[in-house]
Design a protein around this ligand. Structure first.
Ligand SMILES: *Cc1c(COP(=O)(O)O)cnc(C)c1O
Length: 391
């Protein structure tokens, strides 16, 4: 059969100008589908749907991976944060410090307990909580600091630990964007996020670095007693069937999701390194465009797991539209800072309270990032950005 040359040409053009999704969950499925299907079949075979054996197995594996004593599977990242604060005994009359630029769930989780969220601006270089501004937010009511390892970069945990020690505060890590990230401490130790504070929360939302096939989350800690309290709270506050010592919740990790996560956990380091590589490529391609400010790449490629690849760009909204016209999906994380959200009106913040967060909200743009992203797709994104700025 003769090949139609016009069709061939169309195919080649299609390859060079194909769509670039923001995340591509299907691409990942191909690699793991056989193992995942067998894991799911096991669960179907046993009908062990709620807190089954595979939940315990995954909890063990995830604790070992993070380098902590205990992990408890819960229903979502939001619940992991909420139950962590509850397990620490926080509630009405307490204050918890976190950063103004984070996903709303961080702040919601604090509100759920009755405690008051107290926000702090971000460090302009890292986008994480500015440790120089934490102490002025501390009051007699402050009980905990909740640093977020935003976009996959660990917060300044040395600095935060010093402040927490000085003021006798708990540290609750929001590790929902940083599965597997390694923090290099000043004292030379390397620790994974989720093993540094008193307790830590992870989300397994499908698009996260370690994602389930639905909602899921986990709480990690070295404190066995705290972990037991999480397990009590997630299961109606019971310590044995129908013995309820607290007004707990129904907030458990499904056995089906645990089966999926056990398979995916074995790929996490590889996928994180692929993300770090893509980030390096983006930075190479995009250096020399003065309108685009790049994130700083850490020396150690495990110490930023690039859940998101965020740059700051002049004329951000027009750039995002231009990328979209060219078939490239980008995101904004996050367009409205928490202190300006209607939901948190009662906190009494105003525009101008957190200038870095507010300025960045108008400039940040998240470029496509997922492990299976291809070299030619990264180049296409970069070329399209150059085209937008006429470079
Ligand atoms: C995703 C996320 C959460 C919430 O996780 P869910 O599983 O969606 O409930 C909390 N904090 C941060 C920083 C997140 O990115």
């Amino acid at each position: 059969m003769a090949i139609n040359p016009r069709l061939m040409q169309a195919k080649i053009e299609g390859a060079a100008t194909g769509k670039v999704p923001f995340v591509d969950l299907k691409a990942q499925l191909t690699e793991i589908s056989k193992e995942v299907e067998s894991g799911i079949k096991d669960v179907l075979g046993s009908c062990d749907f709620i807190l089954g054996e595979k939940v315990k197995k995954f909890e063990r594996e995830f604790a070992d991976y993070c380098g902590v004593q205990c992990a408890a599977g819960v229903a979502s990242g939001t619940e992991a944060l909420h139950l962590s604060l509850r397990a620490l005994g926080l509630g009405e009359g307490d204050e918890v410090i976190t950063q103004a630029n984070t996903f709303i769930a961080t702040v919601l989780a604090i509100s759920y307990t009755g405690a008051k969220p107290v926000l702090v601006d971000i460090d302009p270089r890292t986008y994480n909580i500015d440790i120089k501004k934490i102490e002025q937010a501390i009051t007699k009511r402050t009980k905990a600091i909740m640093p977020v390892h935003l976009y996959g970069l660990p917060a300044d945990m040395d600095g935060i630990s010093e402040i927490a020690k000085r003021h006798n505060l708990f540290i609750v890590e929001d590790s929902c964007q940083a599965h597997g990230a390694v923090y290099n401490s000043k004292n030379g130790t390397k620790k994974r996020t989720g093993s540094i504070g008193d307790i830590a929360a992870f989300s397994f939302y499908p698009g996260k670095n370690l994602g389930a096939f639905g909602d899921g989350g986990a709480v990690t800690t070295n404190n066995v007693e705290l972990s037991e309290r999480i397990k009590m709270l997630r299961d109606y506050g019971q310590t044995a069937k129908y013995h309820h010592i607290s007004k707990g919740y129904n907030s458990r990790l499904d056995t089906m999701q645990a089966a999926v996560l056990s398979v995916k956990l074995r790929f996490l380091d590889k996928w994180n390194l692929m993300r770090a590589n893509h980030a390096k490529r983006y930075c190479e391609f995009l250096s020399g465009i003065p309108e685009v400010k790049l994130p700083s790449l850490p020396d150690d490629e495990q110490s930023h797991v690039f859940h998101l690849f965020v740059v700051r760009a002049e004329e951000r909204d027009a750039l995002k539209d231009f990328l979209s016209e060219k078939g490239i999906s980008a995101g904004i994380h996050y367009p409205i800072p928490n202190h300006l959200q209607e939901a948190f009106k009662e906190l009494g913040y105003r525009r101008g309270d957190f200038p870095i967060t507010e300025n960045y909200a108008d400039e940040i743009i998240s470029l496509p990032m997922f492990p299976e992203l291809r070299f030619d797709q990264i180049r296409q994104v970069a070329q399209t950005i150059k085209e937008f700025y006429g470079r």
